[in-house]
Design a binder for this molecule. Sequence first.
Ligand SMILES: Nc1ncnc2c1ncn2[C@@H]1O[C@H](COP(=O)(O)OP(=O)(O)O)[C@@H](O)[C@H]1O
Ligand SMILES: [Mg+2]
Length: 268
Amino acid sequence: MTDSSVLIDMQNLTKVYQMGETKVVALDGVSLSIDEGEYVAIVGTSGSGKSTLMNIVGLLDRPTDGVYQIRGQSAGELTGRQLADLRNREIGFVFQQFNLLARAPAWRQVELPLFYANVAGSAARERALETLAQVGLADRADHKPEELSGGQQQRVAIARALVNRPSLLLADEPTGALDTRTGEEVLALFEKLHEEGLTLVIITHDQEVAERARRVITMRDGVVISDSGGAGTAAAGGGSNGLSEPALASLPRPVAIVQVEEKVYEAG
Ligand SMILES: Nc1ncnc2c1ncn2[C@@H]1O[C@H](COP(=O)(O)OP(=O)(O)O)[C@@H](O)[C@H]1O
Ligand SMILES: [Mg+2]
């Protein structure tokens, strides 16, 4: 672990929302470091600040105060355009709602982010098909969302998030709209992606989902109240999930967060 490189680093992040007369402190001083290849779950009750943190980690929002670095680069020093470029390159997003286009076949959905990366034509289609194969949907490329199960739809959304080959995959309640069985499909895919070296940060309030991760960070009232271990923490592994970090996690591979074109994300 000591040899692996830091992907994201947060120092004393705060986020304060001004609601008319009152201030809502969504993050109250969060310091965390996550290495490349880690598989991290962030848990906590509703309103604890998980989504706010994810928006900052995903470069969708800026903190009120504190320093956020991705690969040693301070996000606070970047213009909006630079942030967008960095986000498109490094981060893929997955949300509870799959946000798929109703009429488009799976390969089209997955291909879409490539146009923003100036990859088009047969190269784009080929990359989309490859990525669908990566999530186990090679034989569903021509299916529209209504012809797919919930778990399959979420895997299409994950493929869309991965098609630009991001370093980090950020998922906010990715199994929230799925039943246990189809949710399991998604968790099995995360496991595979982790083994392939992707960095995963999964936000959930579901303890079963968290137990699949290698490191569990618990938030309450905008602060981290426990961290089962990992980069920058003194605590040893083997927290609530009882798992230690495998050697795999230190492989020099990128992290993955899933892709959104717009800020389709809803707080809460
Ligand atoms: N855009 C916003 N404006 C005002 N308050 C917000 C906004 N987004 C989140 N909050 C508040 O910040 C706190 C943390 O919210 P959030 O990060 O969505 O928590 P979680 O994802 O853990 O449920 C909550 O009190 C929430 O009401
Ligand atoms: Mg949330």
